[in-house]
Design a protein around this ligand. Structure first.
Ligand SMILES: NC(=O)c1ccc[n+]([C@@H]2O[C@H](COP(=O)([O-])OP(=O)(O)OC[C@H]3O[C@@H](n4cnc5c(N)ncnc54)[C@H](O)[C@@H]3O)[C@@H](O)[C@H]2O)c1
Length: 382
């Protein structure tokens, strides 16, 4: 008889879009990959008792609580999965780490660098497994892009560029919520930009300096609670030039005011020997141009990132069927559970901190209308 598979108790803090995506991921992960442990969706917390109960029922979570501290302290919880607005993350992460729990925190790590540093210090001190939710890394095509860069398929990287566009703020009648509040971590730079910055650091390496500009087109929105207008203090659209420590150059654009752009991002690298480009609306494909190829083949080829030799692909569907957004979360849950309890989780909270420094450098640069060194952010926080 084989030994019984150990159960790992999951507690999900927050029951919005990410609460749904993460609980779904734990449910599906063991169906996609053979895992050493079985995730058990034990608890979900939320401030509205009725709403969190309804969500837990729908997502397959056993019990609910109105207090995230009760979830963190619950003896059956092994992993605290933080799916609330960024301004609440650091306190929950620190409490979970202090209670000896593993932590998966949605991006961005916090609303500002100094607070993010506190969370990172707490997990460092506690020595618990920890990860930040940069789920897009786990799309097969994005993961393949990183692998091809590491294999030298584009040579030395000269340029990186990335855009993330949505239309969620275009309509001025969209009511005020945490996404319009800087103290809650709602800036477009840290909401959309954090994903792009993570990919840049992962694929190219450290960013040294940034020069950014920002604009808020709708400066007040109606607060559904009071019915009165509230000031929007986040950027709605930003762009930035960056220099990498390697000498490479890059550009970023992140905006939530782009008509008919639902959630469109793309990432491109140009190296001494080739170009790679990922475009989210075609998320099972990767464009690759190889400068070493015969000139008669000049152009970019479309790689179908579903071949069994590609990252993650063999666990999914037969080639040609494709995967979607959910696969990024399912692969994330499977990667973390696979390394339970002794393996290193990646990307870690420390990566969340590195990304936060670049976000804050961009925010400061836009405010002060000057180039800002990423080191300045870390130095000021000490
Ligand atoms: N990785 C991704 O693809 C992705 C996509 C969307 C959001 N996110 C991130 O996930 C996190 C949650 O985003 P979401 O879209 O699920 O948000 P949401 O608004 O859908 O849900 C937020 C949840 O947190 C709760 N909440 C709201 N304000 C709170 C407060 N002040 N204190 C405690 N709880 C509060 C809400 O009740 C809800 O349960 C954010 O950090 C966001 O940036 C990541």
């Amino acid at each position: 008889m084989s030994a019984p598979v150990r159960e790992v108790g999951i507690g999900i803090v927050g029951y919005g879009i990410m609460g749904k995506a993460h609980s779904y991921a734990y449910t599906a992960a063991p169906r996609i990959r053979e895992l050493p442990v079985r995730p058990r969706l034990r608890l979900m917390s939320g401030r509205n008792a009725e709403a969190v109960r309804a969500a837990a029922r729908a997502y397959g979570v056993e019990e609910t609580t109105g207090d995230w501290r009760a979830l963190v302290d619950h003896p059956d919880i092994d992993i605290v999965d933080v799916c609330t607005p960024p301004g609440t993350h650091a306190e929950i992460v620190a409490a979970a780490a202090a209670a000896g729990k593993a932590v998966l925190c949605e991006k961005p790590l916090a609303a500002d660098y100094a607070t993010a540093l506190g969370a990172a210090d707490a997990v460092r001190r506690a020595g618990v497994p920890n990860a930040i939710g940069f789920n897009y890394r786990r799309l097969p095509a994005v993961s393949l892009m990183k692998r091809m860069i590491d294999e030298g398929r584009v040579g030395e990287i000269l340029l990186f560029r990335a855009s993330f566009l949505s239309d969620e703020f275009l309509d001025p009648s969209v009511p005020f919520d945490w996404r319009f509040e800087r103290a809650m971590g709602g800036t477009t730079i840290s909401d959309l930009g954090a994903h792009l910055i993570d990919m840049a650091l992962w694929m190219v390496g450290d960013i040294a300096d940034v020069s950014a500009q920002s604009r808020t087109f709708t400066t007040e929105r109606v607060d559904p609670g009071s019915g009165r207008p509230r000031r929007v203090d986040v950027d709605e659209a930003s762009s930035a030039l960056v220099t990498f420590a390697s000498g490479a150059r890059g550009s970023f654009e992140m905006a939530r005011t782009c008509a008919r752009r639902p959630c469109d991002f793309w990432v491109e690298v140009n190296g001494t020997q080739g170009t790679l480009r990922f475009d989210y609306p075609r998320l099972n494909e990767l464009l690759y141009g190889d400068a070493r190829e015969d000139g008669s083949l000049y152009g970019m080829r479309v790689i179908r990132a579903e071949h069994e030799s590609h990252p993650y692909a063999a666990q999914w569907w037969p080639i040609g069927q494709g995967v979607g957004y959910d696969a990024s979360f399912i692969n994330q849950a499977a990667d973390l559970l696979e390394r339970w309890l002794d393996g290193e989780w990646d990307p870690s909270i420390e990566t969340g901190l590195r990304v936060q420094a670049v976000c804050e450098a961009m925010e400061r640069s836009a405010e002060e209308r000057r180039w800002v060194g990423v080191d300045e952010i870390a130095a000021k926080a000490l």
